[in-house]
Design a protein around this ligand. Structure first.
Ligand SMILES: Nc1ncnc2c1ncn2[C@@H]1O[C@H](COP(=O)(O)OP(=O)(O)O)[C@@H](O)[C@H]1O
Ligand SMILES: [Mg+2]
Length: 369
C-alpha cells in the first residue's frame, strides 16, 4: 500500500554519457535508466569509471558528452549545490569539531531551516539511524559504523532528490558491513529514495541493489537485476566478475537447436542443453558455477572425476575435482545435501542444468578485469 507521507522517488536517466580526463577515456557512452525508488549499484573493478559516473550525477564532473535527466528534465546545467543530492563517501567526511546532532543539522542550517524545524528533523533522522542516544558525541567517539550512519543521516536530513553513495562501507569490517548493508537498504526503502551506489564488491551489489550496472573500462557491460546478471551474464567478464565460476576452454563437437556437445582437450565431453555459440569445431568458453555440478555415482552420462581436496566453508563444502580427460573444477555442495566425498574418491559429475551454465564464443574481445 502506498504511504502518502512517503516522498515519491525520482527517475534518473543517464543518456549516452562519455567522459574524458585529458588523455583517459573514463566513461564510454553509458546509458542507464533508473526507476523511482530503486537502488542501483555501479559495480566494477577499480578504475572502471564508477566514481566518475557518480560525480557526473552529483555535478562535480561535467561529462564530455551526454545528458543527465531527473524525471525527464536535464540537470546538466544545474550547479552541484542546486541538484538536491544527498552524498555519502567512503570516508564519511564528518566535521570532527561538531557533535553528531550538529553534523546532521549542518545542511539544514546552510539552507536556513527554522531552528525548531531543524531540531525536529535532526531528532527524526537520528532515530531513523538508531543514534538518538549519541546525539551529543563527537565523531571521534563513534565506531566506523556509527560514523557512517551519521553521514547517512546528514545526507538524508535535507530531503535530497537522490541519494549517492560512493563505496560507503568499504572502510568497515566485514561483519559490520553486512549489518550496515541491511540498515542502509532499510532506510533507503523507508524513504523510497532513488539511490545510486558505487561498489567494487559484487556481494554487496548482489545483497543491496534492485539492479546492478556492471562496468568495465568505462563501458556498461550489463544492466539488470542481481539474479539476472548472475544467471544470464552477458559476457565472460560479467560471468567471472560476479560470483565465482569454472571457466573451461572447449571445442564444439556437435550442435543442435537446443543442445550441443562440447569436447575438452583431454578427450572428455560434456552434453549441454543449450545451442552452441558457433559451428562444429568452434572454440568456446564454458562457464559452470560451482553450484552447477551434481555429484553422484560414476558411469552412465556422468563425467568421471577424482576429489583432490575438500574445503569446508561452514554452510557448504567446496570440492576441487579433477575430471578424467578434462579440467579440474570447483564443486559446491551445501552441507547436509550429500554424503561427504573422501579425498581420492572416484565420483560422477553431471550438470544441474539451466542457469548455472553459460557458453561463450572464445576469442571474442573481453574487457579486462
Ligand atoms: N581527476 C582525474 N584526472 C585524470 N584521470 C582521472 C581522474 N579521476 C579518475 N581518473 C581516471 O579515470 C578512470 C576512472 O576512474 P574512477 O571513476 O575513479 O574509477 P573507479 O571509481 O571505478 O575506481 C581511471 O582510469 C582513473 O585513473
Ligand atoms: Mg571510485
Amino acid at each position: 500500500m502506498a504511504d502518502a507521507a512517503r516522498p515519491a522517488g525520482h527517475a534518473l536517466r543517464l543518456e549516452a554519457i562519455t567522459h574524458r580526463y585529458s588523455g583517459t577515456l573514463a566513461i564510454d557512452d553509458v546509458t542507464l535508466d533508473i526507476a523511482p525508488g530503486d537502488l542501483v549499484a555501479l559495480l566494477g573493478p577499480s578504475g572502471c569509471g564508477k566514481t566518475t559516473l557518480l560525480r557526473a550525477v552529483a555535478g562535480f564532473v561535467r561529462p564530455t558528452a551526454g545528458d543527465i535527466r531527473i524525471d525527464g528534465a536535464s540537470i546538466l546545467h544545474v550547479p552541484a549545490v542546486r541538484r538536491g543530492m544527498g552524498i555519502v563517501f567512503q570516508n564519511y567526511a564528518l566535521f570532527p569539531h561538531m557533535t553528531v546532532a550538529e553534523n546532521v543539522a549542518y545542511g539544514l542550517e546552510a539552507r536556513r531551516t527554522p531552528a525548531d524545524e531543524a531540531r525536529r528533523t535532526v531528532a527524526k533522522m537520528l532515530e531513523l539511524v538508531q543514534l538518538g542516544h549519541l546525539a551529543k558525541r563527537r565523531p571521534s567517539e563513534l565506531s566506523g559504523g556509527q560514523q557512517q550512519r551519521v553521514a547517512l543521516a546528514r545526507a538524508l536530513a535535507v530531503r535530497p532528490r537522490l541519494l549517492l553513495l560512493d563505496e560507503p562501507l568499504s572502510a568497515l569490517d566485514k561483519n559490520l558491513r553486512l549489518d550496515m548493508q541491511i540498515e542502509i537498504r532499510r532506510i533507503q526503502r523507508e524513504f523510497g529514495i532513488t539511490t545510486v551506489m558505487v561498489t567494487h564488491d559484487q556481494e554487496e551489489a548482489m545483497t543491496m541493489a534492485d539492479k546492478i550496472a556492471v562496468l568495465s573500462d568505462g563501458r556498461l557491460q550489463q544492466y539488470g537485476a542481481p539474479t539476472e546478471v548472475y544467471d544470464r551474464p552477458a559476457n565472460v567478464f560479467v560471468n567471472s566478475f560476479i560470483g565465482t565460476t569454472n571457466l573451461i576452454a572447449a571445442t564444439v563437437a556437435e550442435t543442435g537447436a537446443d543442445r550441443c556437445r562440447l569436447a575438452f582437450a583431454g578427450g572428455a565431453a560434456l552434453d549441454v542443453a543449450q545451442p552452441a555459440p558457433g559451428p562444429v569445431g568452434a572454440q568456446v568458453l564454458v562457464s559452470v558455477r560451482p553450484e552447477g555440478w551434481r555429484l553422484g555415482a560414476p558411469g552412465g552420462e556422468a563425467l568421471t572425476g577424482r576429489s583432490v581436496m575438500a574445503m569446508p566453508l561452514g554452510p557448504a563444502t567446496i570440492y576441487d575435482i579433477a575430471i578424467e580427460g578434462g579440467p579440474s573444477v570447483k564443486v559446491l555442495v551445501p552441507r547436509g545435501l550429500a554424503a561427504p566425498v573422501a579425498e581420492g574418491e572416484r565420483i560422477g559429475l553431471t550438470l544441474a542444468g539451466g542457469e548455472a551454465l553459460s557458453v561463450f564464443p572464445a576469442g571474442a574481445p573481453q574487457p579486462s578485469a
